[in-house]
Design a protein around this ligand. Structure first.
Ligand code: GDP
Length: 175
């Protein structure tokens, strides 16, 4: 029917994780195919809208970046409000960022719907030579908390599109 054709899909997805794990670059790689080696943390709220097609329908994802809020441990409830998907990001070369995932997960659970599609993302896969978190460790943390898991590189693009699209498809399939 014409009602079906007019149906709109707009999903809010948040990216969380410690400072400098690559959140902004994952978003800019996915939405603009850009990478910045010297990106400065921007202050304020920032999101990008990206479309993809699923089953002939246009599905839009409004993807939010903390824009530096996380440095002050002040990611507000407004940031999480209405989120139906989340990427929890750590840097495979810095264990402290992996150890923080539990805290981010708690915060996400407090502020968003428990049915949100959640993916654990180990970023900076291109720095494999100096990694301190193994793929197995990442996988096992993800399994423990019922999260999807993927390692990505915003720098060389590995798995970036795949990770976002997997989350978007999962949200789509559950609405
Ligand atoms: P955010 O604070 O989590 O948003 O992190 P940024 O996106 O600002 O990235 C922090 C730093 O890590 C910047 O110098 C980026 O260039 C770098 N970076 C981000 N992603 C990658 C990646 O996949 N590989 C490498 N080698 N560096 C990355």
């Amino acid at each position: 029917s014409s009602d079906d054709e007019a149906e709109e899909y707009l999903f809010k997805i948040v990216i969380i994780g410690d400072s400098a794990v690559g959140k902004s670059n994952l978003l800019s790689r996915y939405s603009r195919n850009e990478f910045n080696m010297h990106s400065k943390a921007t202050i304020g709220v920032e999101f990008q809208t990206q479309s993809m097609e699923i089953e002939g329908k246009e599905v839009k994802a409004q993807i939010w970046d903390t824009a530096g809020q996380e440095r002050f441990r002040a990611v507000t409830s407004a940031y999480y409000r209405g989120a139906v998907g989340a990427l929890l990001v750590y840097d495979i070369t810095r264990r402290t960022t992996f150890d923080s995932i539990g805290r981010w997960l708690d915060e996400l659970t407090t502020h968003s719907d428990t049915t949100a599609a959640r993916m654990l993302v180990g970023n900076k896969k291109d720095l494999d030579d100096i990694r301190s978190i193994s793929i197995e460790e990442g996988k096992s943390l993800a399994e423990e908390h019922g999260l999807f898991f993927m390692e990505t590189s915003a720098k060389d693009s590995t798995n970036v599109k795949t990770a976002f699209e997997m989350v978007i498809k999962e949200i789509y399939s559950s609405v």
